[in-house]
Design a protein around this ligand. Structure first.
Ligand code: NAD
Length: 483
């Protein structure tokens, strides 16, 4: 049995006397690993090392060295693609086809960070634009913040951790990394990989533990300068309250809408929207949860959508052919099934799926859904998609915006004027035209409005938020006589 613990200054804190948490493969309940949980004293130590290493090393490490370390890490991760993909599939239950994609994206994220590390530049201010500013020089530097707390979710355990760790290092910070307790193995390997790549050991400290016990005191700690969090809305709200004056980035949930106007070719969008709704059992923050389909193509779309959804290969995430696997655990599948039953009680119809076996909830398509039902009003985070007809552009924009969330949306139409008009009206951090809400590239600004979050990731944008602006002014009016 693999036993792993927190990694503080390069040392694995996995001793037996610590409380242990077991990790199970969601698909078959195999006991994958035991994790030794960090104590609050361990957390103090991790922050102390991060703080000391920031001041002794990272703060002054030249950009080319930070870039070299990141490049080494990207190369190592690319070499170990299969190993990392298997770990993600085993600990998260993610089908291997998607786990491999996640590793590829992770490599790219580190490479983007390596490139940007050399281009964190500043600005010269035209000081003479103000009265009395003659003979003054003013410039702005972007300086690292210090200790960054990175708190991450289970659904993209590698890539979403890298969206925080790689930009933090690129900008010259140190990191205390608190991964999701359900997916600690990839986090452990990733931390070791960065050390192997040449990152000074105290610059990336891994803390294993439950959110309430370790995450919350980490967020409140006086020597942490920034909290970057990806996860659920309730936890994000708490972090925002507890972080005080620290900088905070919150990447939270969504119930993403996708709008299908009448001029599209229905057959051409079905496969993408199946992936959008059911990839990793819908446990994706920008999962296509709400499909608004023009009434004139509603029946033909629905028939094709159901037919192809029912052809998905369901099974063991480690099987190369599997397209659809379990949810993260049985409790989550029960919760989602309960939401389906609640909607049915209020008048919704299950058109496909809706069956649960342990942690596996079959891909579920719902119709006759009202906006007061949880499956559409809240973040479902499960393989449940609601298909809703609409008549007019005005009506569909209103329905899409009727949400506390606003992360990403998809708009499908060949009419470019309408596409841009609708994109402008959608209250979202991002809108895709002729693509699914679920599509994300790692180099565009990504983040939400409303209660989907604060701040943006997408490597360059995350780096911006991992620095402070420092203004330096020089008075060149030196009138003192020279010797
Ligand atoms: P979660 O909020 O339950 O947990 C996320 C992390 O927060 C974990 O590491 C957890 O231990 C920690 N945590 C829990 N309580 C804490 C506390 N009080 N203080 C500090 N840390 C605490 O989320 P999850 O179930 O792992 O992930 C699913 C959620 O993540 C969904 O809501 C999904 O939409 C969201 N998500 C958002 C994005 C995005 O980019 N916007 C991406 C992926 C996932």
């Amino acid at each position: 049995m693999m036993r792993i613990g927190s990694i503080i200054n390069g040392h694995d804190y996995k001793e037996d006397h610590r409380e242990t948490m077991a990790v199970y493969n969601p698909y078959n309940q195999d006991h994958v690993a035991d994790i030794a949980l960090a104590t609050v004293e361990d957390m103090e130590e991790a922050i102390q090392y991060s703080y000391a290493t920031f001041h002794s090393t990272m703060k002054t490490m030249p950009a080319y060295e930070r870039a070299d370390i990141l490049r080494n890490a990207a190369d190592l991760l690319a070499e170990r693609k299969d190993e990392f993909a298997r770990i993600i599939s085993i600990e998260a239950g993610k089908p291997l086809i998607y786990s491999r994609g996640e590793v590829d994206r992770g490599v790219q994220v580190i490479r983007f960070a390596a490139e940007h590390a050399k281009h964190i530049s500043g600005e010269v201010i035209p000081m003479d634009a103000a009265h009395g500013g003659e003979n003054r020089l003013g410039f702005v530097k972007h300086v690292p913040l210090g200790v960054v707390a990175a708190i991450t979710p289970f659904n993209f355990p590698l890539n979403l951790s890298l969206h925080k760790i790689a930009p933090a290092i690129a900008a010259g910070n140190t990191v205390v990394f608190k991964p999701a307790e359900k997916t600690p193995v990839s986090a452990h390997r990733l931390t070791m990989l960065f050390h192997e790549a040449g990152l000074p050991k105290g610059s990336l400290n891994l803390l294993m533990g439950r959110g309430e016990e370790i995450g919350s005191p980490l967020v409140k700690h006086k020597d942490v300068h920034k909290v970057t969090f990806t996860g659920s809305l309730p936890v994000g709200r708490k972090i925002r309250e507890e972080a005080g004056f620290k900088k905070v980035t919150l990447e939270l949930g969504s119930n993403s809408p996708n709008i299908l106007f009448e001029d599209i070719q229905v057959e051409r969008v079905i496969d993408d929207l199946i992936k959008g709704a059911f990839a990793f059992s819908g446990q994706v923050c920008i999962s296509a949860q709400r499909l608004y389909v023009h009434h004139s193509i509603f029946d033909s779309f629905l028939a094709g959508y159901i037919r192809k959804t029912e052809a998905l290969v369901i099974g063991d995430p480690l099987d190369e052919k599997t397209q659809f696997g379990p949810m993260i655990d049985e409790d989550e599948a029960k919760r989602a099934k309960q939401w389906i039953e609640d909607a049915v009680d209020k008048g919704a119809t299950i058109k496909s799926g809706g069956k649960r076996e342990g942690p596996l909830l079959s891909p579920t398509i719902m119709t006759n859904v009202d906006h007061n039902m949880k499956i559409i009003a809240d973040e479902v985070f499960a393989p449940i998609v609601s298909v809703v007809p609409f008549e007019t552009e005005t009506e569909v924009v209103a329905m899409a915006n009727d949400s506390r969330y606003g992360l990403q949306a998809g708009v499908f139409t060949h009419d470019i004027n309408r596409a841009l008009r609708v994109a402008d009206q959608l209250e979202m951090g991002g809108v895709w035209i002729n693509d699914i809400s679920t599509y994300r590239q790692d180099n565009h600004p990504y983040g939400g409005v409303k209660q989907s979050g604060i701040g943006r990731e997408g490597v360059k944008y995350a780096i911006d938020d991992m620095t402070d602006m420092k203004f330096i002014g020089v008075n060149l009016n030196d009138k003192r006589p020279r010797a």
